[in-house]
Design a protein around this ligand. Structure first.
Ligand code: PLP
Length: 387
């Protein structure tokens, strides 16, 4: 009999629920997509030009494992200026292959088999598999819509055990767009300190906030020493394809992560790092323009959903709206599938982000105003047919 070459872990992993919808949509014509979680903007030209120049000048070799020192210095300056958090470029920052790899090395650095990580749902689809692949145990807790999809400290306390090692926190959130304010972060910080937990703060959407000023978790009293702060260029700088992110953490944790990074990846792509230097040096006005545009689109889409009877809270950040579809009587899968097949609009069913996402759909508004208007027109028609 043929040997099974696949590990038990690989066999047990389920494909992302988002994929199924992308595959369905890929075979159709004229689809308006609110499905993908990436900016519709092309990376600003000067940033692209910096990468081209680096190639022309022959910078085609590996960089330092932690990334070009010049880039780490820029990241350090950026984090100080934008978020008032301080990290040493020489010992507390690693440039990674997207925030994705930063999350992966963070997990592999802190988890022993059986260690628990609290994951707040609805959440980014990769969190649970990444904890699992690192040998940890994901413990899910549900942020509820009646609390604007924000977790309550008491809910965290309920699931903490002796094995809890860390909380994984994402604000602004994918898929809900919910953003925790300073007071809410302080309440979570209190729990982390009380139980001596690490917090992995996924701040990849920190640039994309629309109403309130952003507070980084590392800024909260007692948190810098227990925070692994993850961010990157994909969302705020419209650089998803460059695969560039970074992680900031206290030196001891950073140096341990660096060992894993070094053996697994060596370093992030050098030309992408040159592009990122330019993005940080001169990209502020581009980011501000994109934020303005996202804000306009958010206001339009949230209002439109509420007008068509799909209750939608106003997301404070990221580029996702997460309206309720409960009034239609359909499950989120049924709603998304029928909307795609009957009106060619692609959205993501909320249940793929965890059980508390059921009854909702995730709609990315990182697409043009014309496309959003077309999607609203089609969705109105679809809803009217249902009633
Ligand atoms: N974290 C969250 C919450 C995300 O939504 C995403 C991408 O969708 C990532 C991390 C991964 O980003 P990157 O492209 O930097 O790997």
């Amino acid at each position: 009999m043929k040997k099974n070459y696949l590990s038990k872990k690989a066999q047990a992993l389920k494909p992302s629920g988002i994929r199924r919808f992308f595959d369905l949509a890929a075979g159709m014509k004229g689809v308006v997509s609110l499905g993908v979680g990436e900016p519709d903007f092309v990376t600003p030209w000067t940033v692209r030009e910096a990468a081209i120049l680096s190639i022309e000048q022959g910078y085609t070799s590996y960089s330092a494992n932690a990334g070009l020192l010049e880039l780490r210095k820029e990241i350090s300056g950026y984090m100080k200026k934008q978020f008032n958090v301080m990290y040493s470029p020489s010992s507390e920052i690693i440039v990674t292959v997207g925030a994705s790899q930063a999350i992966d090395i963070a997990m592999r650095t802190i988890l022993d088999p059986g260690d628990e990580v609290i994951i707040i749902e609805p959440c980014f689809v990769s969190y649970s598999p990444m904890v699992d692949m690192a040998g940890g145990v994901p413990v899910h807790v549900q942020a509820l819509k009646e609390n604007d999809f924000k977790i309550l400290p008491s809910q965290l306390e309920e699931v903490i055990t002796e094995k809890t090692k860390a909380i994984l926190l994402c604000s602004p959130n994918n898929p809900t767009g919910s953003m925790l304010n300073k007071k809410e972060l302080e309440e979570i910080a209190e729990i982390a300190v009380k139980y001596d937990l690490l917090v992995i703060a996924d701040e990849i959407y920190a640039e994309l906030v629309y109403d309130e000023e952003y507070t980084s978790l590392a800024l909260i009293k007692g948190m810098r020493e227990r925070t692994i702060l993850i961010s990157g260029f994909s969302k705020g700088f419209a650089m998803t394809g460059w695969r560039l992110g970074f992680v900031c953490a206290p030196e001891e944790i950073t140096q341990a992560m660096l060992k894993i990074h070094q053996y697994a990846i060596m370093c992030a792509p050098t030309m992408a790092q040159f592009a990122a230097i330019e993005a940080l040096k001169n990209g502020r006005s581009d980011v501000e323009e994109m934020v303005k545009s996202y804000r306009r689109r958010r206001n339009y889409i949230v209002q439109s959903f509420n007008d068509m009877g799909l209750t939608c809270h106003t997301p404070g950040g990221a580029f996702y709206a997460f309206p309720s579809i409960e009034s239609t009587g359909l499950s989120s899968e049924e709603f998304a599938e029928r909307l795609l097949l009957e009106e060619s609009v692609a959205v993501v069913p909320g249940n793929v982000f965890g059980v508390s996402g059921e009854g909702h759909i995730r709609c990315s508004y990182a697409t043009s105003m014309e496309q959003l208007q077309e999607a609203v027109k089609r969705m109105n028609r679809f809803i009217n047919k249902l009633i």
